[in-house]
Design a binder for this molecule. Structure first.
Ligand code: PLP
Length: 384
């Protein structure tokens, strides 16, 4: 794995990159299905999927073909003009999200930024309520509603006022929202915070408080969206419709694209010049996303996430004595999780830890039981 070829790439990287990332010592060159191949030719079973992004696995031929044929026709025009894939994608999203109107951008953080601006514009209020354990991205607005002090502190002052309420604590939520609240922003299942599902009672309370106080409810479905939890969106587990929803990650099957969905009544209060993106919703990204959704529908991958996710969760429980999460957004507590990640790499298995005590599993939604069995066998060898 860590031969001189790998080492030489790593040394080159260190000279030319700002060292924001602590990467594992492997250099990837290509991928196919649930497998990634390094520059030495080793194959790794991928339970990370580019952090919950590669829902169809790597380089799905239909997505590749859609990008290739769209690139030959038209890649970019800006949003000064209409383009057909963008309109088709919004129509398709209306079907699968239940939201009414859309804005496109290029990443999760950008989608969250847009949701915060929308909430301020629509309510005329300033304050945001977010939750302990939340993660919404690294740009200034998204960072402001992200819980971890370590991420926020060096960049203060951020967007204010933001109040953090305890996740899944109805009483604390009641204390923190008021008539100055523009929005409550919540992940239905916290991802980076360690795969923590919101309780039904907690989610319902957010909506009851909205009735009284008229803030907007923003769901951050950047990680939970596009089939990850065994439903198209995690909101479908709760049967709730937010005012605003952020999405990205799985949306383009690996091609960068993000989006915001809003209700009709929110959309009616928004207009020209209030937000924009040069690249957002370009034909290439929208074609990739349309292909991604088409394959997900045809191959019933949302159902697969639920079915294989249930099997995977049972196997994790057998191995670790605990497991949590929904669909293929799973986690298990264990000791020295970062060491397990390193050991797993040596066993040609890619897993990820959200803390020293918690492993996260967000594989491609195409994964089958056979691959789960391989993963569990390699994982058991990695828990030393
Ligand atoms: C829930 C959630 N929101 C927002 C983001 C930020 O997305 P991006 O890294 O694409 O900016 C992430 C990324 O992990 C996320 O999990």
């Amino acid at each position: 794995m860590s031969s001189s070829l790998t080492q030489s790439w790593i040394e080159r990287e260190k000279k030319v990159h700002i060292q924001f990332y602590r990467r594992l010592p492997v250099v990837f060159e290509r991928g196919e299905g649930c497998w990634l191949y390094d520059v030495e030719g080793n194959a790794y079973l991928d339970l990370v999927a580019g952090i919950a992004v590669c829902v169809l696995g790597h380089c799905h031929p239909e997505v590749v073909e859609s990008i290739r044929s769209q690139a030959e026709k038209l890649m970019h025009t800006s949003n000064l003009y209409y383009t057909t894939p963008q309109i088709e994608l919004a129509e398709k999203l209306r079907e699968i999200t239940g939201m009414d109107r859309f804005f496109f951008c290029n990443s999760g953080a950008e989608a969250v930024e847009a949701t915060l601006k929308i909430a301020r514009k629509v309510t005329g209020r300033k304050k945001f309520v977010a939750f302990t354990g939340s993660f919404h991205g690294r740009t200034m607005g998204a960072l402001s509603v992200t819980w971890k002090e370590l991420f926020r502190k060096p960049f203060m002052p951020l967007v204010e006022p933001v109040t953090f309420a305890k996740f899944n604590d109805v009483e604390d939520l009641r204390r923190k929202v008021d008539e100055n609240t523009a929005a409550v922003i919540v992940e239905p299942i916290q991802g980076e915070g360690g795969i923590n599902p919101a309780s039904e009672e907690f989610m319902n309370e957010i909506f009851e408080l909205r009735e009284k106080l008229n803030f907007l409810v923003v769901f951050d479905e950047v990680q939970t969206g596009f089939g990850r939890t065994g439903r198209w969106f995690a909101k479908d587990h709760f049967n709730l419709k937010p005012d605003v929803m952020a999405m990205a990650k799985g949306m383009g099957a690996g091609f960068p694209i993000g989006g915001v969905g809003v209700t009709e009544s929110v959309a009616e209060k928004l207009g020209f010049g209030e937000h924009a993106s040069t690249f957002g919703g370009n034909p290439l990204a929208c074609s990739a996303s349309l292909a991604c959704i088409r394959v997900m529908e045809r191959e019933k991958l949302v159902e697969n996430a639920e079915k294989v996710g249930g099997y995977f969760r049972e196997k994790l429980f057998e191995l670790f004595g605990n497991a949590r999460g929904m669909g293929l957004m799973l986690a298990a507590n264990c000791e020295k999780a970062f060491d397990v990640v390193g050991n797993a790499l040596e066993n040609f298995l890619l897993v990820n830890a959200t803390s020293e005590s918690s492993l996260r599993f967000v594989p491609p939604l195409i994964i089958g039981k056979e691959e789960v069995d391989i993963a569990i066998e390699r994982l058991s060898k990695s828990v030393r």
